[in-house]
Design a protein around this ligand. Structure first.
Ligand code: ZN
Length: 488
């Protein structure tokens, strides 16, 4: 099974047979969040994409060391080399320590990822905890002659690098075009060329996140952390480096240059990138007013949302598209995903009560083969889901007496559903929550009848309702704002 897995390698621009450097071990590094605000739909896609990949690699027998960082320093506004640090800015506005901001939003990010059933990575290093490693790497790059120091800042010499290597190898950008496009930017006067990027930035007196270095007090450039931390935990050349397509340039392109110079090799064998999410055909952005956090999705509290969408509905919606395709969000699309997911979950229940026959009408083993084939074809989750729906059609047909299934095939189908729905796609049944919602809905209805009885001064009826509920183990508490209930 293992040898048939093909992955699309962004750097070679083609699908390649996945052959890890030291099978069965696989090293995977994924760029994680910059923790200065609540996680939104844009965070959910890379997290779920690489969760799917992580789950599948483990399923087919690899031992995966999965590293996903937390950026808590050095990521300046607009992904640039000038401007305020995103976390420091939030800290200034909220009058908190930058580390309080980082901790608060890391914790909230973890809660959201747990809700989405995203497995936690094995190592989750923070940029601020690896300043020494980053300084050491900057020193090496200076020693090799590919960086220069100006006023306490260190910049990577892209032109010199490009003379020997290819800066633009990953993103397909050409240096001459970059020069033409970036020349007009302000605040670039320290750099020899506008496309050079910061390895270390001198801290202005008002800058609160700062560390001592051979070049004075400052902080690392954004791209440094991933180069330093991936090398520390996975070695200087590892298997998979992943992230969103928005990170291709300049972040990943610069990581390649940094690693090539300091370690003498590119950081990884395979570059994997998930595509972006649009909302009603538009890019997501704070200024566009379509920036919806995951909490807002789960509660339905956002002007653009018709209703609340559960974490599994969001997860299923994302998995319905291939990770390299664009994915357009809309209420209609999410409601269709919600319906599909519910039907699939009903299929899981129906599957448990099917009766068996001497023959099967449909080819059940073929479904399993199709699902593996799809996953082996660059993790094609929409094809997997299509086959699970074909399974659902069979389940319903057998249940309706229109098809038959043998005991052996029923086992195969049960196995297919458990393996692919729960283990690989990482979906989970949310019916427990739904049962709570149903019960609460019934209770609100009973409270309304009881209130009606009270209004009619029929206290005997209102007391009877309370006593009957008590007999069922449900305690009713009357308050100023109405009644509340809980199970005793
Ligand atoms: Zn990164």
């Amino acid at each position: 099974m293992e040898n048939t897995l093909q992955v699309y390698n962004t750097i070679s621009r083609q699908k390649e047979v996945f052959q890890p450097l030291k099978a069965p071990f696989v090293g995977m590094y994924v760029c994680g969040p910059t923790v200065y605000g609540d996680a939104h739909l844009g965070h959910a896609r890379p997290a779920i994409t690489f969760d799917l990949i992580y789950r599948y690699l483990q399923h087919i027998g690899y031992k995966v060391r999965y590293v996903r960082n937390i950026t808590d320093v050095g990521h300046l506004e607009n992904d640039a080399d000038e401007g305020e640090d995103k976390i420091a800015k939030k800290a200034r506005l909220e009058q908190l320590e930058p580390m309080e901001i980082a901790q608060y939003f890391s914790d909230r990010y973890h809660i959201n990822m747990d809700q989405l059933n995203v497995l936690r990575p094995g190592i989750e290093p923070r940029a601020s905890g690896h300043i020494i490693e980053q300084i050491e790497m900057v020193k090496k790059i200076i020693e090799k002659g590919y960086a220069y120091v100006v006023n306490g800042s260190v910049y990577f010499d892209v032109k010199k690098y490009n003379d020997s290597y290819n800066y633009g190898k990953l993103s397909g950008r050409i240096l001459e075009d970059l020069l033409a496009n970036t020349r007009a930017l302000d605040g670039q006067d320290e750099k020899h060329n506008s496309f050079d990027f910061a390895l270390w930035k001198n801290a202005q007196p008002e800058h609160i996140m700062r560390w001592p270095s051979p070049w004075g007090d400052g902080f690392p450039g954004w791209h440094m952390e991933c180069s330093a931390m991936s090398a520390k935990y996975l070695g200087t050349h590892f298997d998979i480096h992943g992230g969103g397509m928005d990170l291709l340039f300049p972040h990943h392109e610069s990581e390649i240059a940094q690693s090539q110079v300091s370690n003498g090799c590119e950081p990884c064998k395979y570059w994997l990138h998930n595509n972006m999410i649009t909302i009603n055909g538009q890019k997501m952005g704070k200024s566009l007013g379509n920036f919806i956090t995951l909490d807002e999705f789960f509660s339905g509290k956002h002007a653009s949302l018709d209703k609340a969408y559960s974490p599994m509905c969001i997860r299923f919606f994302i998995l319905q598209a291939h990770y390299r395709s664009t994915l357009d969000f809309s209420n209609e699309a999410l409601q269709a995903a919600e319906k599909g997911f519910k039907r699939l979950m009903q299929g899981v229940d129906t599957l448990q009560k099917l009766s068996i026959s001497a023959t099967s009408k449909s080819d059940i083993p073929k479904l399993t083969a199709n699902c593996y084939e799809a996953m082996n074809d660059d993790f094609n989750s929409p094809i997997v889901i299509a086959n699970l729906f074909e399974g659902l059609r069979i389940i319903n047909a057998v249940n309706d007496g229109k098809e038959s299934i043998t005991a052996a095939d029923l086992e195969i189908l049960k196995n297919l559903y458990t393996t692919f729905i729960f283990d690989i796609l990482g979906l989970k049944n949310e019916t427990e929550n739904n049962q709570f919602e149903l019960l609460d809905g019934l209770m609100q209805m009973i409270f309304a009848f009881r209130q009606q009885a009270k209004t009619n001064k029929d206290y005997a009826a209102s007391d009877k309702i309370r006593d009957e509920l008590s007999r069922l183990g449900i305690a009713v508490k009357d308050g100023k704002d109405g009644s509340a209930w809980n199970i005793e």
